[in-house]
Design a protein around this ligand. Structure first.
Ligand SMILES: [Ca+2]
Ligand SMILES: [Ca+2]
Length: 314
């Protein structure tokens, strides 16, 4: 056969091209058959079955209970494992190290705390997805959906009351005696008669200073504001007092004297809802000592100020 007949036979088609076409058709059919046989397995690879069988439930309103029913032994540390609660589209990262490890038959408690130590907020009826992710493979080890029966109120970051630093002497010097006070509410003419005033000795300095004269107190903390509004503060003192909110002097003692009779000074300030820093300083020389901090707003009449808090960690 002459070389040009390799490219063209009597039908005008080269046998070489015909063979190549046959091979291509066989290859494509094989690929289609292989794909249909392996299809199920390929889908499983895209969404692997969970590696561990756990059950996650509510232990109480601050803690989850996790049972390991089968599958892989799991070790938890925050660099290799993420334990996530997705609530309303938001991911909360548990401090997974609290679990340490889980093997078959283990039952462990997981506090509802994130890695910053803050409580994970959940309301009764919330729907959430609990996920364990292996950070090395970026694959889920376990997923479970939970509808919470109990509400997980965020643990109060702040505790009630202002911290009062009570000093002997009128100049806040020396070593303070600390006490937490819910209100600033005391008045005396003498210690013996003050006892008759009942609630007016609510945070009576005598109880920790053992003196009714020549002292000073610095109250520090936060005031929780429920609604955006104007708030009027009334600060009554004998002998001297000042009020500061968010670092600003709201009520300045109008006289330089640190010896005056019962005097009330007032000021109005607009405050937004939330916590605001508050501080009250008072001084008592001799005779009567009084400190009253009252407040009023558009929604309530004049009364003793409360809603005081302090950061328990400081
Ligand atoms: Ca006094
Ligand atoms: Ca006095």
């Amino acid at each position: 056969m002459r070389p040009d007949n390799l490219l063209r036979n009597k039908y005008g088609l080269s046998p070489v091209i015909g063979v190549l076409l046959m091979l291509l058709i066989v290859f494509l059919m094989g690929a289609v058959i292989a794909a249909s046989l392996l299809g199920g397995e390929q889908e499983e690879k895209l969404a692997p079955a969970p590696l561990a069988s756990l059950s996650v439930g509510e232990y109480n309103n601050t803690t989850l209970k996790i049972d390991h029913n089968g599958g892989e032994f799991l070790e938890f540390d925050n660099s290799t494992t993420s334990v996530i609660l997705n609530v309303a589209g938001k991911d909360y990262l548990f401090d997974a190290s609290a679990l340490e490890s889980l093997g078959v038959g283990d039952e462990k408690l997981l506090p509802m705390k994130d890695r910053d130590g803050n409580s994970i907020p959940i309301n009764a009826g919330d729907f959430a997805t609990f996920k364990v992710i292996d950070l090395r493979t970026q694959k889920p080890v376990f997923i479970q959906e939970i509808t919470f029966k109990e509400g997980y109120e965020p643990e109060a970051k702040y505790q009630s009351g202002l911290i009062g630093y009570y000093y002997r002497g009128v100049n806040f010097s020396g070593t303070a005696v600390k006490r937490t006070d819910l209100r600033l509410k005391f008045a005396e003419s003498s210690y013996s008669t003050a006892r008759l005033y009942g609630s007016d000795i609510e945070n009576w300095p005598y109880d920790i200073l053992n003196t009714t004269n020549n002292f000073s107190v610095d109250y520090e903390g936060l005031i929780k504001i429920e609604h955006n509004s104007n708030y009027t503060f009334y600060l009554t003192s004998d002998d001297w007092a000042q009020l500061y909110i968010d670092g600003t002097t709201v009520i300045k003692e109008p006289t330089a004297s640190t010896r005056h009779a019962k005097t009330t000074n007032a000021a109005t300030i607009y405050l937004t809802a939330g916590y605001h820093e508050i501080r009250v300083e008072m001084k008592e020389n001799i005779g009567t000592s009084i400190l009253h901090l009252e407040w009023a707003s558009d929604s309530f009449s004049r009364r003793f100020a409360e809603n005081f808090y302090h950061d328990a960690s400081t």
